[in-house]
Design a binder for this molecule. Sequence first.
Ligand code: SF4
Length: 365
Amino acid sequence: MNGKFTHQLLAWYDANSRDLPWRRNSTPYGVWVSEIMAQQTQIDRVVQYYGRWMERYPDLFSLAQAHEEDVLKLWEGLGYYSRARNILKAARLIDDQFAGVFPTDFADIRSLPGVGEYTAGAISSISFGQTEPAVDANVLRVFSRLLDMATPVKETASKRNIEAAVRDLMPDERPGDFNQAIMEFGALVCSKRPSCDECAVQVHCLAYENSTVGERPILAPKKKTLKIEMVTGVLVHGGQVLIQKRQPDDVWPGLWEFPGGGIEEGETPEQALVREYQEEVELDIIPGEKVTVVSYAYTRYRVTMHCYLCHLPNGDAPEPVFNEAVEGGFVMPRALSDYAFPAGHRRLIEFMRSDLRFSDFLLDS
Ligand code: SF4
């Protein structure tokens, strides 16, 4: 591959790149937010969230003044909430240490919370015109085919080889477009099922020449998924429901939830719910109607969550002690939309809102 490859790829990009909001004016703030959102997330969802985000926090200054609770709420549904917390931390750090101006030096950008090699490369090249590669999964896939790489693509040595190849081919003019062109090409043409017949750089592709496209990239064996059974209960008292905020060192720190937890061996979901309420908030509850079962995935876990309504024995005054939460309390059901919940609990709330058995209770309280 050579300058001809670079020229052909950029020509393809100029003719075929999608009109995405953060490409219209490539400010470091906009590129940064979009790149963090795009990790593990489909592009059409990113476009939606990006628009809402920019309305609420149009610049670094407005973000640096934000409350974490509001940022998490805006992020709700995108998952991987550490990304949102890191964006906020980084905005405050830029405000504090760089006088509110996005740093231009690669090492400074890389040092921001939540910013890895890839994101730093994307911001440096797209917003500041620096010749830094931005190697994401798309780029790894494309180059593993172009180079017909016979080693697992996620191994450090493979990544380094690809990074060096990108750096070699990167033009001094338009380095940001070059990085985006490879990613866009990986998303639209050299995707998991590549469209080799429509490929603008086919002539440079060693895997195509060697008929090994179907074997590239070489991936490490997938980690086994783990199944978990959980239970949660919506405790209703006096027309209000109990929620609590997760601890900083917990999974989904800072998000809200209904108390509950893992079902232990030999327990029924109802027994687990009674135990969890006792352990977490020191309340003796009575499990009531089963609302639904919610299934969701996070990292390599596949969770099945049994969801109940529950109440206190007659006459018991609710005085929860929050042993496993930062804070908590009873709130009106209609106020639940003011809090950010992890996916499973959010789905439970959505289910209750859509089911006539519960909609009156949730909307009219
Ligand atoms: Fe990808 Fe096929 Fe083009 Fe090779 S020929 S770069 S595998 S789309």
